[in-house]
Design a protein around this ligand. Structure first.
Ligand code: HSE
Length: 321
């Protein structure tokens, strides 16, 4: 018995919805932009963990320091508490395809793929809402605070709005299906904890009012299918971007390029350093990608993809890597 689960990259905040909005991403050329986890039966006293893939060498050598180790033990505890059952020993192989500290929901990707891998391996004893809570909790342990804006889109797909009331953690809102999201990772790393620590503890009243108006307006424009209005509201001059921009070399040039090239919007993906630019025109998306590769990417670790929003979210893809 074995199962492989794929979890896509995600862009959190989407500028206008700090900690409240996130979208799953899928490159239009069919490349994998996300992690995969293989769960298979094994014997022994503890989970066996192996890392493979392009970013495996960036993970801690000690398996007990691996996110999957925490995922396994957390899941075992929940399984025992909720279902009074014992999960035997398994081997978990993480194919680490996303760079860590990139702003593409890398840790969320591993957490979601690992937990959903265990859930699928056991024929889904937990429902989606329960899984999401567990994913958020583990992601919170890593980044220093519980926020669902990576795990929810990564797990459920689409453009997700965090609700966190009345037993509803997150729900999908409509998105503009013709928009291309060009994401560029420059090749340097920024930890989410660090990028959160530089934000102000408090904001001015007029700024919180504007923040609420922008987010409500964006959600309204998404429902009422007004792309120009939605794009105009896709911005963050309040909560995070003004503070985080200085952590990202070349960010101001990206913003200027996006504006003069006629893009709909641009901003920081999650806590950075990945940036995103939105356009509905494929030819412009390809030109933007070429510009970002030439002017924004700093080293051979960097990359750029033209993406659409991934509707599916996390899925079982087979039984072997
Ligand atoms: N909303 C979070 C932040 C996402 O911007 O800190 C981090 O991936």
């Amino acid at each position: 018995m074995s199962v492989v689960v794929y979890a896509p990259a995600s862009t959190a905040n989407v500028s206008v919805g700090f900690d409240s909005l996130g979208a799953a991403l899928s490159p239009i050329d069919g490349q994998l932009l996300g992690d995969r986890v293989l769960v298979e039966a094994a014997s022994g006293d503890d989970v066996i963990i192996e890392n493979v893939g392009p970013y495996a060498h960036k993970l801690p050598a000690d398996p007990k320091q691996n996110i999957l180790y925490d995922c396994y033990h957390y899941f075992v505890k929940q399984y025992a508490e909720h279902h009074s059952k014992v999960l035997g020993c398994v081997k978990m192989t993480l194919e680490k395809n996303l760079p860590i500290g990139s702003g593409l929901g890398s840790s969320a990707c591993s957490v979601v793929a690992a937990l959903e891998g265990l859930n699928a391996y056991l024929d889904s004893p937990f429902n989606k809402e329960q899984m999401l809570i567990m994913m958020g909790e583990l992601e919170g342990q890593i980044s220093g605070s519980v926020h669902y804006d990576n795990v929810a889109p990564c797990y459920l797909g689409g453009m997700q709005l965090m609700l966190q009331e009345a037993g509803v953690t997150s729900q999908a809102i409509p998105h503009f299906e013709d928009w291309y999201w060009i994401v560029a990772y420059p090749g340097i790393n920024i930890s989410t904890a660090q990028a959160r620590s530089i934000l102000p503890a408090q904001y001015r009243r007029q700024d919180t009012l504007e923040f609420g108006r922008n987010l409500a307006g964006f959600v309204h424009a998404s429902y009422s299918k007004q792309p120009e209005l939605a794009a105009a509201l896709l911005k963050d001059n309040i909560v995070a971007e003004p503070y985080r921009a200085k952590l990202i070399p070349g960010f101001d040039e990206v913003r200027s390029y996006a504006a003069q090239s006629g893009a709909l919007a641009s901003g920081i993906s999650g806590s950075g350093p990945t940036v995103y630019i939105v356009t509905p025109v494929l030819e412009q998306a390809e030109r933007t990608k070429a510009w970002l590769e030439q002017h924004f990417i700093q080293n051979e670790d960097g990359f750029c993809h033209v993406c659409k929003i991934d509707e599916q979210g996390t899925r079982v893809t087979g039984t072997s890597l």
